[in-house]
Design a protein around this ligand. Structure first.
Ligand SMILES: [Zn+2]
Length: 89
């Protein structure tokens, strides 16, 4: 069953990336500012599908959960400054 929190596009993209993460060699897409000491995303580890910092409607690729949450904080700050909070809620 698909997770109702996410759309079909997100699901399909996440499946695609999962194959690549499981094969190894994928690095965190939260660059150049990955928050972890090791940018590699290890097969079997937790990861989030990241968004572009400048355009939250665009997906980038796997990020460490910590890095992804950092991005969400940046959007919130930007949205509050721009008074467009409803845009992503
Ligand atoms: Zn990272």
């Amino acid at each position: 069953m698909p997770d109702p929190k996410y759309g079909a596009a997100h699901q399909a993209l996440r499946r695609e990336w999962k194959d690549r993460v499981d094969a190894g060699g994928v690095h965190c897409h939260h660059l150049p500012e990955c928050l972890e000491p090791d940018t590699k995303i290890y097969p079997g580890s937790r990861w989030d599908l990241g968004h572009r910092d400048d355009d939250p409607t665009q997906y980038t690729g796997p990020e460490h959960p910590r890095c992804n949450r950092g991005t969400a904080r940046i959007w919130k700050q930007k949205a509050e400054q721009a008074d467009t909070y409803q845009w992503f809620t």
